[in-house]
Ligand binder design. Structure first.
Ligand code: FAD
Length: 362
């Protein structure tokens, strides 16, 4: 029987906890989630999970087979949750996604993986103020996750399965979990998002620079929309900021989130007011259905990215007495929800070496 400690209460740590508890019911003696921030906290822009959009629209490229597997697992799970557990905060919406014609069709459209794929007409592209000679689109059934509802739903699930949860001070070193729980855990899951590199810097200094933020900015509006919209590359005449794009995701409880931008390497928490104006202008241009667009909240937050992509890997770190056995799940960038189940399944596969040989079906 093993004692597991999960460090981090974002979507990566919570989904990993749930999958571990379901996969190893007989070999986990205790699972404790420790974290400085928890769902419901909105004071830390580097605790990313509360701030996500969050929809499913895989970024994986055709050759990224591991990432495609991760994203597929989450799509299937979200579909199940949207149908049978609406209290999870996951709701099905259609996504209308528009791209320059130079952008290749994504794998999930080519493979027919997602539900109910259609293609918007030229009239619709014109209606949305894009030139059909330059732009095309596709539509499919996807999901919006309301982060706070969903992450609290995950906490309820893991507590039902016997997990302990504990708020702690911010650690400066991953080995600090030993003092927190009072023993050397059999396994630690490192799901500390954009701070992960610093936490293991003593053992793997190269990870400090490898983990970096991609800053995003979101406006929340009261108005509803019955579908999601994404425009990946904005028409030049809109004069958006570099790396600005459009995403609008309605949420189960009403209202929409509107974004956004990808600003690599920017750790700052400030909202850029010029960007907010530009986001609204772009949104009005492409989504004439929205009329009032009254903003009730705006914020910036950091996507936890990593050079080389998400780290799903096992490490051993020497302690004064014993060894810290760690499975990492960090660095997923802007895809933490849409690949959450797939990443968690990989955590379980890696953990099976320490927790027991056979993986039960999830
Ligand atoms: C604007 C925006 C829009 C997004 N939209 C989407 C989307 O539409 N779809 C999608 O899939 N993803 C989206 N994302 C990305 C998604 O939010 C992230 O990938 C995901 O939340 C990362 O989760 P995480 O658990 O890895 O990290 P976090 O949520 O950051 O969790 C890290 C955890 O570790 C804890 N921790 C960190 N350091 C320490 C320490 N030193 N001591 C103790 N505890 C610590 C924190 O308290 C926290 O609990 C978006 C992100 C942003 C910013």
């Amino acid at each position: 029987m093993s004692k597991v400690v999960v460090l981090g209460a974002g979507v990566s740590g919570l989904t990993s906890s749930l999958c571990l508890l379901k996969t190893f019911p007989r070999s986990i003696e205790s699972l404790t989630v420790v974290s400085s921030e928890w769902p419901g906290d909105y004071h830390a822009h580097d605790y990313t999970s509360p701030w996500a959009g969050a929809n499913w629209a895989s970024f994986a490229r055709e050759h990224e087979l591991d990432q495609i597997q991760r994203d597929k697992a989450a799509y299937v799970r979200f579909r199940q949750l949207a149908r049978s557990e609406p209290e999870s905060g996951v709701k099905s919406y259609r996504l209308k996604s528009f791209h320059l014609k130079t952008y290749p069709l994504p794998w999930y459209i080519k493979q027919g993986f997602v539900d109910n794929i259609t293609f918007p007409s030229e009239e619709e592209i014109k209606y949305r103020n894009m030139d059909p000679a330059l732009y095309y689109g596709f539509e499919f059934d996807t999901f919006t996750v309301t982060p706070n509802v969903y992450n609290n739903y995950l906490i309820a699930q893991i507590r039902k399965l016997g997990a302990q949860v504990k708020r702690i001070d911010r650690l400066s070193d991953i080995a600090g979990v030993v003092d927190i729980v009072g023993y050397v855990p059999d396994l630690v899951i490192n799901a500390t998002g954009v701070n992960a590199g610093k936490l293991i810097g003593r053992y793997e200094p190269e990870e400090i620079a490898k983990v970096y933020p991609v800053k995003g900015q979101i406006l929340q509006i009261y108005e509803d929309l019955p579908f999601q919209v994404m425009v990946e590359t904005l028409p030049a005449e809109l004069q958006g900021l570099p790396e600005q794009f459009l995403n609008i995701f309605p949420r189960a409880e009403g209202g929409c989130i509107v974004g956004g931008i990808f600003k690599k390497g920017d750790w700052s928490p400030q909202v850029n007011e010029d960007l907010s104006k530009s986001i609204l202008k772009v949104c009005k241009n492409h989504v004439p259905e929205l009329k009032s667009m009254t903003v009730y909240n705006s914020y910036a937050a950091l996507r936890p990215a990593r050079t080389g992509g998400v780290r799903l890997e096992y490490s051993e770190y020497p302690l004064a007495k014993g060894t810290l056995k760690v499975v990492h799940n960090y660095g997923i960038g802007g895809a933490g929800y849409q690949s959450s189940y797939g990443s968690a399944i990989e955590v379980c596969a890696i953990a099976s070496r320490i927790l027991g040989k056979s993986l039960a079906k999830l």
